[in-house]
Design a protein around this ligand. Sequence first.
Ligand code: C5P
Length: 222
Amino acid sequence: STKIAIAIDGPAAAGKSTVAKQVARRLSYIYIDTGAMYRAITYKSLQQGLELEDEKSVYEVLVQTDIALVQTKDGQNVLLDGQDVTEEIRKQDVTNSVSIVAKHALIRKEMVERQQAMASQRGVVMDGRDIGTHVIPDAEVKIFLIASVEERAVRRHQENKQKGFPSELEQLKREIATRDKLDSEREVSPLVKAEDAVEIDTTSLSIQEVVDRILSVVESVK
Ligand code: C5P
């Protein structure tokens, strides 16, 4: 059957990557986590001691930076200039700074170009904040995942505990709400549901239920 592009957007910790990975596996599509790209350049900028508000200096580093997303059995590894940073980019310092880097117009333009090149072959499930609105505006399927802040914080808290990361629920709620606010209120391609996206509130749904709903949307357009 013909391969399509599936765009999955939504706020922080709404379960996008978990369901996107499973949808990709079920369809034998490539999974592309665009947040990982913003996280990778944020990680590198922090390492180099850059002022993250300084758009030009972060951009100058980005254009000389190779960010590779490598498909693995259960997801994706992130190589920053050849170095595996899959774990590092999930840590608190990156998470709490990434929205500063992601608000810059120059950074977004460069990232969107790289992402569009990755999606040009179709057969992709791409997750992020602006996939349906800017990266693949002609995606055959657009999904917008939402869930309450409370629910998202609880899920992330359980995930952290499982991984043995320190985690504090009230702090997580504040961080998620702050990131939502920054991502939704920025001037350049803010987080917004595309007009033609299917919204799914995952608050009371299991991962499997969300995956099945997305697959049925996919079936309906094929
Ligand atoms: O998806 P994830 O939470 O890993 O994304 C990290 C951050 O990267 C988001 O909070 C947002 O600031 C930025 N981002 C973005 N556009 C995307 C993907 C992520 O601005 N397409």
